[in-house]
Design a protein around this ligand. Structure first.
Ligand SMILES: Cc1cn([C@H]2C[C@H](O)[C@@H](COP(=O)(O)OP(=O)(O)O[C@H]3O[C@@H](C)C(=O)[C@@H](O)[C@H]3O)O2)c(=O)[nH]c1=O
Length: 183
């Protein structure tokens, strides 16, 4: 499993080595020693979640108030375009967005530290997305910035088919920055 640092502090990509044969494939999806070497406490994860999305579905951009929530995300079936936005006040990359294609071929995972917005678009007819989070679900702490905020400008690669009510009612990035005490 390769650990790839990105140009955003703390944002890491994990790239396993899948073994393919006539039956299908085998891949490791988590290794506590590799996580620990990368500075991530594997015991810190409290929940693992899985969601299924149909082609074109967009989820996000989601954040969490108070201390935030770190995530280790991957696409178990199909493909997504994953997107993160650094919302850590004082970070040199505050407000910057990065995107990653995650799929069931390369099996890359992204570790998203606390203090980011996160979202993704399903690119395949049936898309299963799995992620660990380092805190228990806190519905009262959900925050949502609108997926189509023009200032953030996420380059969603496919026609958008379904967006939840929560996500349709997200706030603008300008409003979120005011909430963070920026600008
Ligand atoms: C995330 C979550 C949702 N739920 C419930 C709440 C609701 O009834 C239903 C669907 O929730 P949501 O619409 O918020 O699900 P979803 O839009 O998939 O939310 C997720 O989006 C991606 C982009 C993330 O980054 C995740 O952290 C999470 O926010 O599941 C839980 O019970 N536990 C959880 O941990």
């Amino acid at each position: 499993m390769k650990v790839i640092e990105t140009d955003i502090e703390g944002l890491l990509v994990f790239e396993p080595t899948p073994h393919r044969d006539e039956r299908g494939y085998f891949t490791r999806t988590m290794d506590v020693s590799i996580l620990a070497d990368a500075g991530i406490d594997p015991a810190g994860f409290k929940q693992e979640n899985q969601s299924r999305s149909y082609q074109g579905v967009v989820r996000g951009l989601h954040g969490r108030s108070n201390k935030g929530e770190a995530k280790l995300v991957r696409c178990a079936h199909g493909a997504v375009m994953d997107v993160v936005v650094d919302t850590r006040v004082g970070s040199p990359t505050f407000g910057e967005m990065r995107t990653f294609v995650l799929d069931d071929q390369v099996h890359r995972q992204v570790y998203i530290p606390r203090g980011f917005l996160h979202g993704y678009q399903a690119l395949t007819s049936v898309t299963d997305f799995c992620y660990r989070i380092d805190d228990f679900y806190g519905p009262g702490e959900d925050t949502t910035v609108t997926f189509d905020d023009p200032e953030i400008g996420v380059p969603w690669p496919a026609p958008i088919t379904i967006v939840s009510e929560r996500d349709r009612n997200g706030v603008s990035w300008a409003e979120y920055k005011r909430y963070l005490g920026v600008e």
